[in-house]
Design a protein around this ligand. Structure first.
Ligand code: UT7
Length: 366
């Protein structure tokens, strides 16, 4: 009996036009380009403008992925949006994305699993396709973290950025898609990465705002320790489950939070640099969007090719982790192959300074 598999047939990413360099941030908080680069590898990040939200970035990335796949939005059966920064707590941002893209025949749900959300979403989409329930699924990872950053907390605000990436999976008989996976969670470390308000534990109140609990807080050292351990171990386990080793994997696409964490994992596993995607310098940590952006860039650049085996691994709030081995089938070829690659990164890519003399970055007051 033939089995149904999920083929990745479309991809796309989008980052808002506004680029904020480390030097820009150094005008707002007590930090320096040297500190940020040496501790994290980040050189710049993209921030939305006041009028942009997560659904806008998701829709742009989703549209690019559908165009690339040559899929009519009405033929999409399911839209999954992974994010921890939805436009609203209610309604789910996935419905805004489904509507904005014209996926009129699709169900939609949001996965709030922090930085690991995209891998959770990809694995879930693959399951829906393997069971035969759905034929075509759009998976988006998108975040607007900049609006939840405390620009009085230099330990956290320098690390994050905004962006979105998306893929289209479609049913096929060809052997491809998720070959093995691991989804993990350790809720005992919930406090290590938390935005306490708003929520049912801390509804919006003057007290909550006065105490800045509506901003993202992170125990960087705790997350660092967790990340270095779980990345290596979960990758080893998914390779073990699939009966493959490092030489059998064509490209590793890790969560882009910190270059030191990626380099540590690469060293532990004996990965050569050409097999590891790293773009944290350009985007910072875009949480659930890092892996789909890195994947989309790798596909655009031909670093990930038809038939390749990819390893993806993420870690983050929860604390959670997720890893999978994903086999690429034949890839979609669209008119954009002819030379629209420059458009794909969003904006013109030039790191223009956007801060003015008063320390204002497009509505964010220093
Ligand atoms: O998606 C998951 C998200 N999170 C992560 O992956 C984060 C994981 N953690 C990390 O990446 C690292 O722990 C950080 C980059 C957050 C911090 O690096 P670190 O080497 O652990 O620095 P540290 O926290 O030990 O801070 C060292 C020093 C401190 O000064 P003292 O106490 O030694 O005088 C900090 O106050 O650096 C100071 N510092 C800064 N200095 C300049 C902290 N933040 C800054 C800053 N600029 N932005």
């Amino acid at each position: 009996m033939t089995r149904t598999h999920a083929s990745l047939i479309g991809w796309g990413h989008f980052a808002p036009e506004t680029v904020v360099t480390n030097d820009d941030l150094a005008k707002m908080v007590d930090t320096s380009d040297e500190w940020i680069r040496s501790r994290s590898g980040i050189e710049q990040r993209h921030f939305v403008t006041e009028d942009q939200a997560t659904s806008d970035l998701s829709i742009e990335a989703g549209r690019r992925a559908l165009d690339r796949a040559g899929v009519d939005p009405e033929d999409v059966d399911l839209v999954i949006v992974a994010t921890s920064s939805p436009d609203y707590l209610t309604p789910p941002v996935s419905s805004q994305v489904q509507h904005g893209l014209g996926c009129t025949n699709a169900g939609a749900f949001t996965m709030m699993v922090g930085c690991t959300g995209f891998v959770y979403g990809l694995v879930t989409a693959d399951q829906f396709i393997q069971t035969g329930a759905y034929k075509t699924v759009l998976v988006v990872g998108a975040e607007v973290i900049s609006k939840n950053l405390d620009f009085e907390d230099r330990t956290t605000c320098v690390l994050f950025g905004d962006g979105a990436g998306a893929v289209v999976l479609q049913a096929t008989d060809a052997p491809c898609g998720v070959r093995s996976f691991e989804l993990g969670s350790d809720g005992s470390q919930a406090e290590a990465l938390i935005a306490p308000c708003p929520g049912t534990r801390n509804p919006v109140s003057q007290y909550a705002i006065d105490n800045r609990t509506h901003y993202l807080r992170m125990d960087g050292k705790a997350v660092f320790r967790f990340a270095t351990r779980t990345m290596t171990e979960s990758l080893e386990r998914v390779m073990g489950k699939a009966g493959v080793g490092v030489p059998d994997v064509d490209l590793f696409i890790p969560h882009q939070a910190n270059a030191r964490i990626i380099e540590y994992a690469a060293k532990q596993l004996g990965l050569p640099p050409e097999k590891v995607v790293m773009n944290v310098a350009d985007y910072g940590n875009t949480s659930a969007a890092t892996i789909p952006i890195a994947l989309s860039e790798a596909l655009d650049a031909g670093r990930a090719k038809a038939g390749d085996t990819l390893a993806m691994v993420g870690f983050g709030a929860g604390l959670t982790w997720a890893a999978c081995l994903f086999d690429l089938g034949p890839l979609a070829v669209s008119p954009s192959d002819a030379g629209e690659e420059a458009d794909r990164a969003g904006g013109d890519g030039a790191p223009d300074s956007v801060i003015d003399d008063r320390g204002v970055v497009d509505g964010l007051i220093a």
